[in-house]
Structure formats: structure tokens, C-alpha cells
Design a protein around this ligand. Structure first.
Ligand SMILES: Nc1ncnc2c1ncn2[C@@H]1O[C@H](COP(=O)(O)OP(=O)(O)OP(=O)(O)O)[C@@H](O)[C@H]1O
Ligand SMILES: [Mg+2]
Length: 270
């Protein structure tokens, strides 16, 4: 993996002391991290750690309690249009209009984003083909299977060829062929000078793709670095899955639970 230039001229996304509460719940707690140009930064953390809240905040979708977010110098709250042009966002849950056809949805996105028709059509054509989604072009979104809906969401995130991709569990529901192709699309994206902020529970994916990993727990980054740096910090050559459990203090409880699994009454043989 090529060396990252980590200097101030190379910052794609900067999050500084971000705090977001929902009522009494502190979802994100004084969170600080940076994503540089040409990197795939993996934001990993247990359920409820604050990953999706962080990603939504970057899009300007939530009112922040405190802190600062900068996307290539733009603030998502005061410069929403610029930030939305710079970002391709794949939310964790489907955000598609079910009562439209795929074509109607994509035409709508092309029109609200005011995209150049000729180059966008070329992008769209290629994406429909590589993701094997052309056959659904005139189908109602409601009629698509879960994985095929995900493919359409991916196309909507990529269609304006943004520099920064913000992806919340991008492979969720995708078949193997599409997953392999999508990983290559991500690699090409950073080769072209883009960046990716990726949240996932699939440790193999993070280990394969991410140039750096930030582990978030209770709304705060508890450890950050390349996979090799995380191994050095733990003084081990363990897989990311094992390191993750150790670094989030879940190793012991996981082993204990595995020991107790046999307490669950056995299956009933007839
Ligand atoms: N709309 C909401 N209203 C109230 N609390 C919320 C809301 N969204 C998230 N939370 C709470 O904020 C915390 C962080 O949630 P978030 O969805 O960011 O976690 P996550 O790391 O994405 O988890 P997961 O891995 O399950 O997707 C959790 O305690 C969650 O219950
Ligand atoms: Mg989430």
C-alpha cells in the first residue's frame, strides 16, 4: 500500500471535538479524526458506538451539540450544497423512493444535482453494467430484492463522481460478484485521488481495504492506526477480528459467552 501524505495540504475530511447527543444519550463524545486524500479510513466499533451518527453529521443531516466538521474546508451546516457535491453517501438503511422506477429515481437525482447529461449518462451506463443492474432499470424500486436495491443506492452515491465516499456497511446484502467489483471500485477511487470513510462490522473487509482504522467505542476513538500499527500496539500478530475484541475490551466476555453456549438447551431431535 502506498505511503499516505499526511500533511495539512492533503486533508479531505477533518472532524474536531464532535459531540452529538440524543436527549440524555451521548452518541458521539468529543470525537476527533482526520481522513487524508487517497485513503480508505475504516471507522469500526460495536453496535451503538456512534458510527452512523458520525457519518450523518458529516452530511449535515444532524444538528451538532459541539465541534467542527470540515470537508475540503467546507462546513456541512453553512455550505450544505458544496458538501453534498463533494460527498457520495451510502446510508446504512435504504433511503430510496420505493414508488419510483430505477430510471425515474436516477433521472430525478441527475436533475436535482444539475449534472452534465452526457458525462453522467456515460457513468450511469458503466455502473449499471458493472453492477449487473441494467435489467432493473425500468422496474419499480419496491419490487427489487434487498441486494439489488443496495446496488441502486450505490449508483446514486457514485453518479456525481464525488471525491469523498461515506459508506455505512456498503457490502450489506450484496452478492459475492458485486462485492468483489465494489471493492475494486473503491480501490480505483483512491487511486484517482479520492478518499473513503467506511463503517463496517466486516473485519475482513476492513483488513483488506483500509489504509487506516479508527476504533470507536462509546462515541470516542479509542485507538487509531494501520492494521500493522494496531498489531504493534497490541504486541501481537492477531487478525483484526481478534484485535478488535481486545481493543474494545470484549475478548474475555466473548470467550466466557462461548463457554456458556452449551447451557442453551440442545436442539430437539425427533
Ligand atoms: N435517532 C435517534 N434517537 C435517539 N437515539 C439515537 C438515535 N440514533 C442513534 N441513537 C443512539 O445513539 C447511539 C449511537 O448510535 P449509532 O446509530 O450512531 O451507532 P452505530 O455505531 O452506527 O451502531 P450500529 O453498529 O448498530 O449501526 C446509540 O446509543 C443509539 O441508540
Ligand atoms: Mg450504524
Amino acid at each position: 500500500m502506498k505511503d499516505l501524505k499526511k500533511d495539512n495540504n492533503n486533508i479531505m475530511l477533518e472532524i474536531t471535538n464532535l459531540t452529538k447527543k440524543y436527549g440524555q444519550t451521548i452518541a458521539v463524545d468529543n470525537l476527533t479524526f482526520t481522513v487524508f486524500t487517497g485513503e480508505i479510513y475504516g471507522l469500526l466499533g460495536p453496535n451503538g458506538a456512534g458510527k452512523s451518527t458520525t457519518l450523518k453529521s458529516i452530511l449535515g443531516l444532524l444538528e451538532l451539540d459541539s465541534g467542527k466538521i470540515s470537508v475540503l474546508g467546507y462546513n456541512p451546516i453553512s455550505s450544505p450544497t458544496q458538501v453534498k457535491e463533494l460527498i457520495g453517501y451510502l446510508p446504512e438503511e435504504s433511503s430510496l423512493y420505493e414508488s419510483m422506477t430505477v430510471k425515474e429515481l436516477l433521472d430525478f437525482i441527475i436533475s436535482i444535482r444539475k449534472l452534465d447529461p452526457a458525462s453522467t449518462l456515460q457513468t450511469l451506463d458503466r455502473l449499471l453494467d458493472v453492477l449487473n443492474a441494467r435489467k432493473y432499470y425500468t422496474s419499480m424500486i419496491a419490487s427489487l430484492s434487498k441486494g439489488n436495491k443496495r446496488k441502486i443506492e450505490i449508483i446514486t452515491a457514485l453518479i456525481h463522481r464525488p471525491q469523498l465516499l461515506i459508506l455505512d456497511e456498503p457490502l450489506f446484502g450484496l452478492d459475492t460478484r458485486s462485492a468483489v467489483i465494489l471493492k475494486e471500485i473503491f480501490r480505483l477511487h483512491i487511486e484517482q485521488g479520492g478518499s473513503i470513510l467506511l463503517s463496517t462490522h466486516i473485519m475482513d473487509l476492513a483488513q483488506q481495504l483500509c489504509t487506516r482504522i479508527g476504533i470507536i467505542n462509546n462515541g470516542t476513538i479509542i485507538v487509531e492506526g494501520t492494521f500493522e500499527e494496531l498489531q504493534e500496539k497490541s504486541n501481537s500478530t492477531k487478525s483484526l477480528e481478534q484485535l478488535f475484541l481486545e481493543l474494545t475490551n470484549q475478548s474475555e466476555i466473548t470467550s466466557n459467552i462461548i463457554q456458556q453456549l452449551r447451557d442453551i438447551p440442545a436442539i430437539k431431535a425427533k
